[in-house]
Design a protein around this ligand. Structure first.
Ligand code: PMP
Length: 363
């Protein structure tokens, strides 16, 4: 089979080495004679796997002891509702910062559950010289005003990333679905971090939640038990049967990240990949990107062809060259190359070579 590079935004490509190992042990995991999918989540072997997964993640991200690490159901959107239900009780309020499609969706879900009057929102993105630029607000006020402030450091659809640190008198809740483990962050700055798994962690459906233990003292709304952080923490994320295969694969991805040199090494590689692709877009009038330099995403590179009538041809020829899933999100159109941790530099080099050749051919 010729090499295929998959630029899908999610479910995204997973490291080839991880997939090969999973394939090898699919029918006989650790000599048990059965698949990891067919073994009790209460068995010692599976419990050992979950402990290894957590300790690998803790060391990769340098997660302090006063944080729980939870493996939950329901992907990223499951957490849109979980944070509201877990922290807003009868009368709590929250502030939502909006920088693109996903943070706006998070606000909408919060309003649905808590009501419009308990959820304040603020747009933090504006067009400056035709480019989307984020300005983080100065957040000031009584520490009791909001239970948390929510934001999305990487907008997967819009290709907007926020590298600056948010300062806030209220606990920060961050949707890191498409940026987690792509670069180093200081976990202690956050009240809660969540991420749907299908970009940098593993298969879809799973979500990782990293929550400061003291946040769990906040009053919750009545909610389903499986989304209750307190129950998840008390039951080692096994209040009910967890998505075991996704958890297993996440553990393998964490081990792969360690082998790759950890998040610091990954961050360097991700920066190099993104710079290469943006340089290609900037050099050729044939392509353009609509995001201000300081907010260009290193994970989701959005770009448009100057002549949009060539979009179909671009996608067709790219696919024939083994470069798949480059179509932009239906809401924003154009193209999007998602280049998460598992995308090797060679994949981005192949894409750049293709883009140069396509531009030369059609100019
Ligand atoms: N937040 C962000 C930033 C995302 O990119 C996505 C999915 N692309 C979601 C939330 C929703 O995740 P899920 O589809 O797992 O619910």
């Amino acid at each position: 089979m010729s090499t295929i590079y998959n630029f899908c935004a999610g479910p995204a490509m997973l490291p080839a080495a991880v997939m090969q190992k999973a394939q090898q042990e699919l029918l006989d995991w650790q000599g048990h004679g059965v698949s990891v999918m067919e073994i009790s989540h209460r068995s010692q072997a599976f419990i050992d796997l979950t402990k290894a997964a957590e300790s690998r993640l803790r060391s990769l991200m340098n997660i302090p002891e006063d944080y729980h690490v939870l493996f939950m159901h329901g992907g990223g959107r499951g957490q849109f509702s979980a944070v509201v239900n877990n922290f807003l009780g009868n009368n709590g309020r929250a502030l939502y910062l909006e920088s693109g499609q996903w943070s706006r969706s998070a606000t909408a879900e919060a309003r649905k559950l808590a009501g419009d009057d308990r959820i304040d929102s603020q747009s933090i993105v504006e067009k400056v010289n035709g480019l989307n630029k984020v300005t983080l607000p100065k957040l000031e006020g009584d520490s009791g005003k909001y239970r948390y402030v929510h934001y999305c450091p990487n907008e997967t659809v819009d290709g907007i990333e926020i590298f600056e640190e948010l300062e806030s008198p209220w606990p920060i809740v961050a949707d890191m679905s498409s940026t987690i483990m792509s670069r180093e962050i200081d976990v202690s700055r956050y009240g809660l971090i969540y991420a749907g798994a299908q970009k940098n962690i593993g298969p879809s459906g799973l979500a990782i939640v990293i929550v400061r233990k003291e946040m769990l003292a906040l009053p919750a709304m009545p909610q389903s038990s499986i989304m209750d952080y307190r129950l998840a923490a008390e039951n080692d994320s096994m209040f009910n049967t967890p998505p075991t295969f996704a958890w297993y694969l996440a553990a393998e991805v964490f081990e792969w990240l360690h082998r790759m040199g950890g998040i610091e090494a990954m961050a360097e590689l991700n920066k190099a990949k993104a710079e290469l692709l943006y340089a290609c877009i900037d050099e050729l009038d044939f392509y353009r990107n609509g995001v201000a330099a300081q907010n260009r995403s290193r994970m989701n590179v959005t770009f448009q062809l100057a002549d949009e009538s060539l979009n179909g041809e671009f996608l067709k020829e790219a696919e024939a060259a083994g470069l798949v899933a480059l179509k932009g999100h239906r809401i924003v159109g154009g193209m999007r190359a998602s280049i998460y941790n598992a995308m090797p530099l060679a994949g981005v080099e192949a894409l750049v070579a293709f883009m140069q050749a396509f531009a030369a051919k059609h100019s």
